[in-house]
Design a protein around this ligand. Structure first.
Ligand code: NAD
Length: 517
C-alpha cells in the first residue's frame, strides 16, 4: 500500500539555496522563541504552574521556551488517559494507524528546516547534525509504518489436520517512552511512534534539556489528528515522573534511551513486581558507550583521520556512538595522531545559529560542561594532552573545543568511562590482536570501527569485536534507519535494534490461536 521505504536524503549546506532555506528557518524560529508549552494528556493541554526554562546552550541568556512540568498526579492522569485511549486505538486497523505516521512524516518533511532550526537553538547541533536528526525522525515514522503493516498480520504456522492455527500479534497497553536530549527529535519520536503504530498508547517523556522540540513534535501529532490519549506528552523531571511511571503497576513496558546509571536503575525497578502487578514488565533499555576506532597498519591514514574526527567531535562528542577511543597499531600511531590533531584543529566552534555554519556548537548544559572539564583534568594525569579544548571561551555558552589525549593506558579512566563530550583518548597497540583485545576490554559494547586492509582481521572483527554496531573501514557514527539497525551489547543495553526489522516485536504480545473444526 505504501511505496517502498527509502531513507530521507541529506542536503549540502554549501549550496546557496540550501543555505538560504536554513537561514530563513532560523530566522522564523528565532521569532517564535519564548513561548510557553504545556503537557498534553488525553488531548487536554494542562497548566501545572511548575515552569522550567529551556535555554540555548550556546547563548545562555536566550530563552527557547517555557515548559510546564508534570507532577506525579499528572503522570497518573496520563496513565489513565492512555488506558482509556488503548481500548479503541488497539482495535484501529493497522493500515489506518500506519497512515497517521506517514502523514506525520509528510508534515515533518515539509518543515524539515524549521524543525532542524529548533534543534540548532535548543540543543546546539550544527546544521548538518540537526538536519540528520530530523531526517532520522522522518525515517522512523515512514519505516515503522511499513513494518507495522508487515508484522501485524496473522503469521502462518505449519498445517495441522482438522484445525485452523495462527499466530497473531497484540499490543500490550499504555507504555512509557523516556528519551535523552542528544537526539531530541529522532530518538524521542521513534521510541513513541514505534509503540503506538502497533496499537499501544504511550506516555512520551522527553529529556529535561530539550522539551521544546518535543512539544513541537506533539503539535505535529495533533495536526495529523492522532486521537487524544494515544500519545500523552509529559515533560518533567525523570527522577519524579519517570520514577513514578517505571514503578506503576499498570505500565506493561518501559522504553528507555539514556545513561547507563539510569538504565540500570530502571532495569532493577521494572524487574521488581509491585503489589497488584499482573505481568512481567518489558524494559527496552538503550544506554551509553565507550566506542573505539581500531586502526590497523597499511591503511589510508587521511581517510581514517577524517572518520575519527567526524566520529569523535560531531555534535561535540555527545553521541552514544561517538568515537571516544582511538586504538592505533604502533606502526602508524604517530603519523595518524598527527593527522587527527591537524583535522581536529581545523574544526570551527561557535553558536550554530550564526550564519557561519560552524562544525561544533556548545555542550548541552553546565553539568555536562563541568563533567567534561573534570575528565580533561583526569586526562592530564593519564596521558599526554596533545590538543586541549578546555580553554574555549565559555562566557556566553558552554563551549569546549576538541581535546585529544595521547599515550593513554587501556585501563585509564578516560579510556573506560563515558565522558560524552569532545574528548578523544588515543591508545597504542602492539598489533591487531592487542588492539582488538583493548577495544573489547570495556563494560560497554555499542559501536566500534576497524580500518584494515587485512581480510583475516576484518573477518575476525565480524565475530570477535563485541559491539552491536560494527563499522569496517568507515566511521562509527551515523547509523541509518533500516540500513544499520541500532543497539548495543553488554552494558550498552538490551540490543533492541531501533530502526530494524525486529524492533516492533518489543511492543507486541504473540498469541497462538487454535480452532478445531
Ligand atoms: P539520562 O539517563 O540522564 O536521561 C535520559 C532520560 O531518563 C531523561 O528523559 C531523564 O529525565 C530520564 N530519567 C532520569 N532519571 C530517571 C528515573 N529515575 N526514572 C526514569 N527516568 C529517568 O541520559 P541523557 O543525559 O539524557 O542522555 C545521554 C545518555 O544517553 C548517554 O549515556 C548516551 O550514551 C545515551 N544514549 C544512548 C543511546 C543508545 O541508543 N544506546 C542513544 C542516545 C543516547
Amino acid at each position: 500500500m505504501f511505496t517502498p521505504f527509502q531513507n530521507e536524503p541529506y542536503v549540502n549546506f554549501a549550496e546557496p539555496d540550501v543555505r538560504s532555506k536554513m537561514l530563513a528557518a532560523l530566522q522564523k524560529v528565532e521569532s517564535e522563541l519564548g513561548k510557553t508549552y504545556l503537557p498534553v494528556i488525553g488531548g487536554q493541554h494542562i497548566e501545572t504552574g511548575q515552569i522550567a526554562v529551556s535555554v540555548n546552550p550556546a547563548r545562555r541568556e536566550q530563552v527557547i521556551g517555557y515548559v510546564h512540568e508534570a507532577t506525579e498526579s499528572l503522570a497518573e492522569s496520563a496513565v489513565q488517559a492512555g488506558r482509556e485511549a488503548f481500548r479503541s486505538w488497539s482495535r484501529v486497523p493497522v493500515d489506518v494507524r500506519a497512515r497517521y505516521l506517514v502523514k506525520v512524516a509528510a508534515l515533518l518533511r515539509r518543515r524539515i528546516y524549521e524543525f532542524s532550526a529548533w534543534m540548532v537553538l535548543e540543543s546546539s547541533k550544527s546544521w548538518l547534525e540537526a538536519y540528520a536528526d530530523t531526517a532520522e525522525a522522518v525515517d522512523f515514522l515512514e519505516f515503522y509504518a511499513r513494518e507495522a503493516v508487515r508484522i501485524c498480520r496473522p503469521h502462518p504456522t505449519t498445517d495441522y489436520s482438522g484445525e485452523e492455527n495462527e499466530v497473531m500479534y497484540l499490543p500490550m497497553g499504555v507504555g512509557v517512552s523516556i528519551s535523552p536530549w542528544n537526539f531530541p527529535l529522532a530518538i524521542m519520536a521513534g521510541m513513541a511512534v514505534s509503540a503506538v503504530v502497533v496499537g499501544n498508547t504511550v506516555i512520551m517523556k522527553p529529556a529535561e534539556q530539550t522539551p521544546v522540540i518535543a512539544a513541537k513534535f506533539m503539535e505535529l501529532l495533533e495536526e495529523a489528528s492522532l486521537p487524544p490519549g494515544v500519545v500523552n506528552f509529559l515533560p518533567g523531571r525523570g527522577e519524579i515522573i519517570g520514577e513514578y511511571l517505571t514503578g506503576h503497576t499498570q505500565i506493561p513496558f518501559v522504553s528507555f534511551t539514556g545513561s547507563r546509571d539510569v538504565g540500570l536503575h530502571i532495569y532493577q525497578r521494572t524487574s521488581t513486581p509491585q503489589p497488584g502487578q499482573r505481568w512481567l514488565k518489558r524494559a527496552i533499555l538503550e544506554m551509553g558507550g565507550k566506542d573505539a576506532t581500531v586502526v590497523d597498519e597499511g591503511v589510508d591514514l587521511d581517510a581514517v583521520a577524517e572518520g575519527v574526527v567526524a566520529g569523535a567531535f560531531g555534535f561535540q562528542g555527545q553521541k552514544c556512538s561517538a568515537c571516544s577511543r582511538l586504538i592505533a597499531h604502533t606502526a602508524i600511531y604517530d603519523a595518524l595522531l598527527e593527522k587527527v590533531v591537524e583535522r581536529a584543529k581545523a574544526l570551527t566552534l561557535g553558536n550554530p545559529a550564526s550564519p557561519d555554519n560552524v562544525s561544533m556548537g556548545a555542550v548541552i548544559d553546565e553539568e555536562a560542561y563541568q563533567k567534561i572539564r573534570s575528565y580533561i583534568e583526569i586526562g592530564r594525569s593519564e596521558g599526554r594532552v596533545v590538543l586541549d579544548g578546555s580553554g574555549a571561551d565559555a562566557s556566553e555558552g558552554w563551549f569546549l573545543a576538541p581535546t585529544i589525549v595521547a599515550d593513554v593506558a587501556p585501563s585509564a579512566r578516560i579510556a573506560q568511562e563515558e565522558i560524552f563530550g569532545p574528548v578523544l583518548a588515543v591508545i597504542r597497540a602492539d598489533d591487531f590482536d592487542h588492539a582488538l583485545a583493548i577495544a573489547n576490554d570495556t563494560d560497554y559494547g555499542l559501536t566500534g570501527a576497524l580500518y584494515s586492509n587485512n581480510r583475516a582481521h576484518l573477518e575476525r572483527a565480524r565475530h570477535e569485536y563485541m559491539v552491536g554496531n560494527l563499522y569496517l573501514n568507515r566511521k562509527c557514527t551515523g547509523a541509518l534507519v533500516d540500513v544499520q539497525p541500532f543497539g548495543g551489547f553488554k552494558m550498552s543495553g538490551t540490543d533492541s535494534k531501533a530502526g530494524g526489522r525486529d524492533y516492533l516485536h518489543h511492543f507486541l504480545l504473540a498469541k497462538s490461536v487454535s480452532e478445531r473444526w
